[in-house]
Design a protein around this ligand. Structure first.
Ligand code: CMC
Length: 395
């Protein structure tokens, strides 16, 4: 195949240059546009972090007012799109719905196909960030047969989502500010993570100049898998299955057994070979939320903390640099917020949409200067040319 290197899983391939997110996997550092993610999560708000990722800088007061207004006013979806939800089987996984409806947004914004137009691109990015929580809440409300709740303009990003998830038209519902702040932190921590599987998928799809809604749908599909965004759901199911701290050694032994495909979900990362900095914040948020809700003992949190203790002292995990990742504690937080397990990965998709659109926009701008479709080569292992003979000739 000519001059090319063979790199399955792209473990040593840099696919692009980017000024968005920096990771030092050995030191456990994650920066968005130069700012420490831990600081952004603890002290910043969702919209500021989204502005930072998309535009490169934190907003001025004027920019903030405009950005807040945009993310609010674009949060509605076309009424016809809501009908799409009725077409799904009642027990469809919400991620299956999200792959469909995010791609279906393409049908409503034909101008978005003009990906060479920077203004048009920004419109699409804003629309996607603003509409994702609405799409996500609609997936939950329609699947459970609950009346749908429209986005409220007077609420911030995270609070608006919680309201759409849990309010009823028949009674007042006040969003708990501590819980919406916990969700906001969780979303900020998940916003971007440079060239992970879903972001690379978005860039690959975008490299053919496909419209951004279709590109984000491809990102949602890639995120769904349990080795990537589906891990937060898998972690919770694993903790439930372990059931009690006494059963942790058996689970750890299984994870170490090479003949057993079982892995400790929420452990390990392609880039981090020390503690994932996001996991540190998520663990704190988990404690904050449970304390606020007066949950003095949560069996799953106890299992999680003990599992972390056992695994991080086990030579198998230490030697391989396997530490808890962001999803190890995010499930415990989301569950405490009342979010059903099947919606965990959907929330990851809501947050990661910010990173996806920022990366897509950066890529599309680069493509205008130097167009280059993503097109890896392969190591061919099949037959070389052979003579065709009509099949079944001997029958
Ligand atoms: N439990 C047990 N062993 C593991 C685990 C684990 N969770 N993760 C990796 N290993 C072992 C693996 O068996 C291999 O051992 P050996 O060298 O003896 O063959 C070694 O560690 C290296 O693993 P790898 O699969 O080559 O590493 P990778 O960089 O390709 O995979 C990963 C990274 C995240 C897919 C993997 O660690 C994993 O499957 N973790 C569990 C799923 C998970 O939590 N995913 C969420 C990632 S963070 C959120 C996100 O980015 O979406």
């Amino acid at each position: 195949t000519g001059l090319c290197t063979f790199d399955p899983g792209f473990t040593s391939t840099g696919s692009c240059d980017s000024s968005i997110t920096y990771i030092d996997g050995l030191k456990g550092v994650l920066l968005y546009r130069g700012y420490d993610v831990e600081q952004l999560a603890e002290c910043g708000d969702f919209n500021d972090s989204a502005h930072l990722l998309l535009h490169g800088e934190l907003p001025t007061a004027e920019q903030k007012a405009a950005f807040d207004r945009d993310l609010t006013l674009h949060s509605l979806v076309h009424e016809q799109l809501i009908m799409f939800y009725r077409g799904f089987k009642h027990d469809a996984h919400p991620m299956a719905i999200m792959v469909g409806v995010a791609g279906a947004l393409s049908a409503f914004y034909a101008n978005a196909a003009d990906v060479g137009n920077p203004q048009q691109r920004l419109h699409s990015c804003i629309r996607l960030i603003a509409k994702m929580p609405t799409l996500a809440a609609l997936a939950y409300r329609t699947a459970t047969g609950l009346p749908i709740i429209y986005p409220r303009n007077d609420l911030g990003y995270a609070a608006r989502f919680l309201h759409m998830m849990f309010a009823f038209p028949t009674q007042p519902y006040n969003v708990d500010p501590v819980l919406s702040r916990a969700l906001e932190k969780t979303l900020i921590l998940h916003m971007d993570h440079e060239q992970n599987a879903s972001t690379s998928t978005v860039r690959t799809a975008g490299s053919s100049h496909a419209n951004p809604f279709a590109c984000i749908a491809s990102g949602i599909a890639a995120l769904w898998g349990p080795a990537h965004g589906g891990a937060n759901e898998a972690v919770l199911r694993m903790l439930e299955e372990i059931g009690s701290p006494e059963r942790i050694p058996a689970a750890v032994a299984r994870a170490k057994d090479k003949k057993d495909p079982f892995r400790l979900m929420g452990f390990g990362h392609r880039v981090y070979k020390s503690f994932d900095p996001r996991a540190r914040v998520m663990r704190r948020v988990a404690h904050e939320v449970l304390a606020h809700l007066n949950i003095t003992s949560d069996p799953l949190l106890e299992i999680a903390m003990e599992l972390e203790r056992v695994a991080t002292h086990d030579p198998y995990f230490v030697q391989r640099g396997l530490y808890p990742n962001v999803d190890f504690y995010s499930g415990i937080v989301l569950r405490a917020l009342g979010v059903p397990v099947s919606m965990f990965t959907v929330l990851f998709a809501v947050a990661r949409t910010v990173g996806w659109v920022a990366q897509w926009n950066e890529m599309a701008a680069q493509q205008q200067i130097a167009p280059k479709i993503s097109r890896p080569r392969q190591m061919y292992t099949g037959h070389m040319q052979r003579e065709f003979a009509p099949p079944h000739a001997d029958a």
